[in-house]
Structures are given as C-alpha cells and as structure tokens.
Design a protein around this ligand. Structure first.
Ligand code: GDP
Ligand code: MG
Length: 441
C-alpha cells in the first residue's frame, strides 16, 4: 500500500516544518510505483507526478497527521481534481434527434453500454430513444443490440442485411427524424487494435451522424495501450467523453487517468456489470482511491477518529476508569480495526503504529487473524470474557475446539489482551481514547 510505503519515507519528518523538495521527490517515487501498479500509462504517470511534486513542495507538515498520510492526501486530491474536472452529464440539447456515437476497441463494451445508456435516458429522462448497430464486422453484432433493445424495451433500427456502416447510419438518421426520436444511439464496430480502416469508418459515420456526443468506451483493464487507443480515437473523431467499463472487476482503474489526460475529455460513466442497469455516473473520489490502492483514503483519517469516538469510546472510557478491560472490549477493538480497513490501513495511518505493525507481522498476524481472534473470543463464556484468568488449560482446549483454532492461538489472544489492558492503562494516563483519537487529526 502506498500509505505504508510513504510511512517509511516520512517517519523521520515528524515535527519538522515543511515538506522539502528532497522528501517530496522521495515520496513521489512511491507514488510513481503505485500509479504504474494501477496501470496508469507511463507518460501520464510522469506528467502527473511532475505536477503534484510542485504542488507538494513547501506545504506545512501537519502536526496531527503522519506526513506520509499528508502526501497521500495531496496526491489523492490532485487525482480527484484531474479525474473530476468538468461536469459529466450527457449534453443532448439540440434539435432532435440528438445523436450519440459509441466508439472503441472490440470487446470494450460498446454494445452493452449503448443499451445501458439507452435504458437510462428512457427511464431517467423520459427520452424517446432509438439504437442502431453499425457493426457489420462481427457476426450477429446487430442481432445482439436488437436483443438488448427488446430486453429494455427500446426501439432498434430494423436490420437490413448487406448494408455498409455509412448506409446504415444514413438510414438510422432518417428513421430517427421521421419517427421523432429524441435520441439516436449509434453503436459502431471495433477492432482488436486501432487501425486505419477502423478510423476511416468512424470518421465517415461521424460525418453522417454529426454526433452531439461521441463516447469512447474503454475497458478499465486497458494498461499501457490506453494512451495509443485514446490518442488515435481523439485524433480522428471529435470525442466528447469517455465510458470506463468493467469497473466491477478488480482493475485498479489507472486507465481512467490515462484516458482523461490524453483526451482531455471527461469520464461520463462507469460500467459496473453486465446487467442493463449496471451503469453509474463516474465517481472521481472512488476511482482515485482505487488507483492509489487504498479504497477511500479521503475519509480514512476522519473515519478513524469518528469510529473510535462514536462507537465505543465512552463505554470504554468508563470501563478504563474502573481499571477494567475485558475480552469483550478486546473484541470491539478488533472489530474497529476491521472496520477501518484492517491492520495495514491502521498502521499506515497512525503515527507510531509502524512498530506495532512490524510486531504483529512478526508474530504472523494479518487481517484473517482478526477474524480468528473474534471467533476465539466468541467461543468463550460470558464469565470467561469478563475474567480471562479463568481460562485454564482445559477451558482453553474447549475454546480452541469451539473456534476451530489451536490452544496456541488462544494463548496469543490472551497475551494480546494482557498487553492491551496494559496499554489501556497507559492511554488512560494520557487522557483516554478521546485524547488518542484527537491525535489522528
Ligand atoms: P463491444 O464489442 O465493444 O460491443 O463489447 P460488448 O458490449 O459486446 O461487451 C463485451 C462483453 O463485456 C460482454 O460479455 C458484456 O456483457 C461485457 N461487459 C460490458 N460492460 C461490462 C461491465 O461494465 N462489466 C462487466 N463485468 N462486463 C461488461
Ligand atoms: Mg459491439
């Protein structure tokens, strides 16, 4: 994770004045790796990193947040502002029919997205929509759109065998005008790779359709090739937006940044599944978090203090005041860790957690173990949870069996409880959990 890596870079920075050039350059090396891992195209990575470096140098180091986290936030904010940019809705304010042309490589999701957008316009904007497939390359491509049209109850241009794409386009325009459709969606053919024949075809279709919107459909798994695809299409046709498909998979979404940077056009939608309503308005915050590889970083710091404060702080504080910290408390602590994104997220976030994390890693602790620990505590009786010292050898075996773990692991939980109740006593001296929460910023 980026925040882990930056934690190392910046640990020594605590308490110093401003982020200096050398530190920022060092951090940006990590950012670079994170972007490349997210499949952002190389030239785009360079441009982005250069920009953000200038932005970060000289910023004051915040006292309440780990400096690594602060840089992550600067990077994250920059990413959001680039990805977000202009407004992203479709612009269909013309004398009808407004033509939307879909372009992209084969298999990127054009046909599916065509139907998804049609459905959306019909249902959300009450538009009278027609779709036409101009794909004469792939067998049964036109039938595919027809079937989707029936499924979502949207008209499709009747199929006439043997027609060329430009002729289908002309016929579609006529039909849309004649039958007073508000919107005509043109689904075009793709190729496995960008080629001149494809580009010539797209240009010819655009000349006939004079599309109000030309949307480049891109598979979010597109890696380094994204730059080529984006450049070629945006050189040849007048792109007005991008649709990123397969965002439901585990692609980190670096293609979003590549496409946006190279075309300068807004990302208008994200495809999140094969179903007809699996289309979302593009969410720059979420995708930025994905690209940086840490989910929703934006709220991480805030969330940490929120969860601790709201959930259990008061209850825990009261118990601590009485000098009690039992297994139920330990369990609620573990649950909080899980909620905040597990050990890794916590360690990257909290100043001074690095050592604790290293210790956990050394003892073989990971996020799965949080769940096992939870199972272990659940297998204890109420009495045992309140008074862990009751757990003798026989009881430990019972707990291990009940939770599907080993006595060794039960012992680990007990040891952790002991250490944490010790730590809780210290925290109490430092002003309680609320004091600790305040340190998160
Ligand atoms: P085209 O060649 O560009 O027209 O691509 P298609 O629309 O035929 O899509 C190719 C495949 O990708 C189909 O099986 C679609 O169901 C699938 N697909 C399209 N968009 C998405 C998406 O957002 N998520 C997922 N999981 N699959 C998608
Ligand atoms: Mg298709």
């Amino acid at each position: 994770k980026l925040s882990d890596r930056l934690g190392g870079v910046f640990d020594r920075l605590r308490g110093r004045g401003a982020l200096n050039e050398q530190d920022v350059l060092l951090a940006m090396r990590e950012v670079r790796v994170a972007l490349l891992e997210a499949d952002v195209a190389l030239p785009v990575v360079k441009e982005f990193v250069d920009g953000v470096t200038q932005l970060a140098i000289g910023q004051q180091v915040l006292k309440s947040v780990a400096p690594g986290q602060q840089v992550v936030k600067i990077v994250n904010d920059a990413l959001i502002s680039i990805l977000g940019g202009e407004t992203s809705g479709l612009n269909l304010a013309v004398t009808p029919p407004a033509v939307i042309m879909m372009v992209g490589l084969q298999g990127s999701g054009k046909t599916t997205t065509t139907a998804k957008i049609a459905k959306r316009l019909k249902e959300k904007e009450r538009k009278k929509v027609m779709m036409a497939s101009l794909d004469v390359n792939r067998p049964a491509a036109q039938e595919q759109l027809e079937i989707l049209g029936k499924q979502i109850d949207v008209a499709t241009l009747p199929i006439v065998a043997g027609q060329l794409p430009v002729d289908i386009a002309k016929r579609a325009m006529q039909a849309a005008k004649l039958q007073a459709f508000d919107v005509l969606l043109l689904d075009t053919a793709g190729r496995l790779h960008v080629d001149t024949a494809l580009m010539a075809e797209m240009k010819a279709i655009a000349e006939i359709g004079k599309p109000q919107e030309t949307l480049l459909v891109v598979d979010s798994l597109t890696g380094q090739d994204a730059v080529n695809v984006a450049k070629n299409f945006s050189d040849e046709v007048n792109l007005t937006g991008i649709v990123l498909t397969r965002m439901d998979g585990d692609a980190r979404g670096g293609a979003a940044l590549s496409m946006r940077t190279v075309t300068g056009q807004p990302i208008k939608f994200a495809g999140v599944g094969e179903k007809m309503d699996a289309l979302e308005e593009f969410n720059p915050e979420r995708v930025a978090g994905r690209i940086l590889g840490m989910g929703d970083v934006v709220g991480l710091v805030e969330r940490a203090s929120e969860i601790i404060q709201k959930d259990d702080a008061d209850k825990l504080a009261a118990k601590m005041a009485k000098g009690q910290f039992d297994m139920d408390d330990l369990r609620s602590q573990l649950n909080q860790m899980t909620k905040m994104g597990g050990l890794g997220a916590l360690a990257g976030m909290m100043p001074g957690m690095k050592k604790a994390k290293a210790a956990m890693a050394a003892s073989g602790m990971d996020d799965k173990i949080l769940l096992r620990m939870d199972a272990i505590i659940s297998s204890m009786t109420k009495k045992e949870r309140a008074k862990p010292e009751l757990l003798n050898a026989k009881r430990k075996i019972r707990v291990a069996n009940g939770s599907g773990t080993t006595v060794q692991e039960v012992n680990k939980v007990m040891k952790m409880h002991k250490e944490m109740s010790g730590a809780m006593k210290k925290i109490k001296k430092m002003g309680g959990l609320k004091g600790l929460a305040a340190m998160f910023g």
